[in-house]
Ligand binder design. Structure first.
Ligand code: FES
Ligand code: FES
Length: 211
């Protein structure tokens, strides 16, 4: 007759052996369904009109619009600040609307018209918003400035089109480019140098000329 110690060992043997029998197929199943470590990233073609020029690329499908512009098209004017949609440094204008290019995949913009800071004006012929930023000292280090300018241009278009913001008192009437409207709409564009009041003055200058 077996003693209690032998019984305990054989019971453990069954449990361990059973667990191993159950676990092995699971491990095998996991191994066969995992992609091989050397798998190539999936790539796809994308075509966009960037600053008036037709551009075609073959990209890793995970490429953001920001990286496509900076790393593949070498348009480094658009800046990467946070890469998390929190600073606005990467703002570009897509089909007339401003977006954070770090938060969107390039493939989602196949066929779209995109304007970056390089497409707004040239050193010899500045866009009125660029000229106003220079006139009113709307920057210090300049890192946030391309995003601020793209955003500011789109903000004045939004106001002209009558699109209300969180601070608009009349949601259906004509919009006015008040200081409060412009500050609210520019609140997603962070400036660590704190050039906010000069940026607001530059925008007011351009809005006044447009009125
Ligand atoms: Fe896109 Fe900051 S880099 S929001
Ligand atoms: Fe330096 Fe805005 S000018 S962060």
């Amino acid at each position: 007759m077996r003693d209690a110690g032998e019984l305990e060992i054989s019971r453990r043997g069954i449990i361990v052996g059973g667990a191993a029998t159950v676990a092995l197929p699971a491990v095998a199943a996991t191994r066969t369904t995992s992609p091989p470590a050397t798998a190539e990233p999936s790539r796809a073609p994308v075509s966009m009109t960037v600053n008036g020029q037709h551009r075609s690329l073959e990209l890793d499908t995970r490429t953001t619009l920001l990286d496509a512009l900076r790393e593949h098209l070498h348009l480094a004017g658009t800046k990467k600040g946070c890469d998390h949609g929190q600073c606005g440094a990467c703002t570009v204008i897509v089909e007339g609307r401003r977006i954070n290019s770090c938060l969107t995949l390039a493939l989602m913009h196949d066929g779209d018209r995109i304007t970056t800071i390089e497409g707004l004006g040239t050193p010899d012929k500045l866009h009125p918003m660029q000229a106003a930023f220079v006139k009113h000292d709307g920057y210090q280090c300049g890192y946030c400035t391309p995003g601020q300018i793209c955003s500011a241009v789109a903000v004045l278009d939004e106001i002209k089109a009558g699109i209300p913001s969180h601070v608009s008192e009349d949601l259906t009437g004509a919009m006015r480019p008040t200081n409060m409207e412009m500050r609210e709409r520019m609140s997603g564009n962070i400036c660590r140098c704190g050039a906010y009041s000069n940026i607001a003055e530059a925008m007011a200058d351009v809005a006044g000329e447009q009125a």
